[in-house]
Write a protein that binds this ligand. Sequence first.
Ligand SMILES: *Cc1c(COP(=O)(O)O)cnc(C)c1O
Length: 407
Amino acid sequence: MDDKRCLCLRKDDGRLDVYYDYRAISKVLNKDTLRKRAPGLWKYKELLPVNDEKKIVTLGEGGTPLLRSKRLAEKWGAKNLYLKDETRSPTGSFKDRAMTVGVSKALEFGIKTAATASSGNAAAALAAYSARGGLDCYAFVLDIAPMEKIAQLLLLGAKVLAVKGIEKGEDPTVKMLRMVVEKYGWYPCPSFGPFNPYQVEGPKTISYEIIEQMNWAVPDWVLLSTGASCLLAGIWKGFRDFQALGLIDRIPKLAAVQSDGNAPLVRAYQEKKGPFEIKAWEHPNTVAGGLSDPFPWDGDIGLRAIRESGGTAISVPDKDILEVQSALASHEGIFGEPSGVTSLAGFKRLLEMGVIKRDDAVVVPITGTGLKDPGTVLKMFRGAPQIEADMNEFESAIAEYYNLSIT
Ligand SMILES: *Cc1c(COP(=O)(O)O)cnc(C)c1O
């Protein structure tokens, strides 16, 4: 397998990227062979940067369902909306795709200790794969991370540190990561590219799955919740891989969606900035905690992905994110976290603006589960009324609390 891939320094911008020998791979991977393999991220192993299959650390990630939206699409007047449900990833977010690759690669290198900087989900994913692979894991998370995310990390055996200072506009977890990597030589494994070039590789498998699940049709749009922009960069690379293999003939328009409270990539796009002119957001403040990277580390590729695919970038208010979180749950049965549904709030907005047409085939990944952040949800409700097991109490509670009368 060694001959099929290499890690090269890209000439144009000095970024490390994994390059593949598509001619060699296309002899093995075609529609037929792909159809015969069981679903899951590692079915695309020829397009992933791990050479020694025995080193692969997996929790059964990938192969998430692509669900056609019925009730929500109807409510909003869209005809071809598909939801890629990443909430059911092993640790509850798509970050598992990045970390199965990152940790497998670490084992291949013979590494013992990994460290990450994260708002919570990437750390949980790294902690889980580290546990399974037998690595020590240090997790620097934001002090605003919900308790549930910290609980998950602690139980997974990570050494967790909640770092203060996100409001200052420089990510304090990244600052810590850089210092420990420099001092102790640990393996940096945050969910973005510049510190670990393998991180874009896992998320790109979402694109492969979308194409296969749409029976080799290419959607018109794919919308991504965007923080560091590694997901956007990965999605773009995934489609380009399949195009290079001759499996598809075009690439969907890609849209980045951020919150109004932290939108450095959207601002750079709207101000027509170059890939290396992106400025950090001054004071991130959003309910979409998983997207609160003040600086989009993979934004240089993100901007190229948006422009070269003919897509767009948009930010939405927190209010819309919460409304869409609730609409998604009550109309489609999917409990996403605010960061996980920001993409969908962007879809609603772009549909209303007419940028996305009603007939367009649109795929929106729901990137993370709401189960890790129930606090945000409970703020929207007054809790549940308590009753005795009694029909009168039931009927008056339904009337008072839910404004319904059952006849
Ligand atoms: C990390 C994350 C994102 C954004 O991915 P980036 O690569 O940082 O842009 C979106 N949704 C969820 C749930 C996340 O955890």
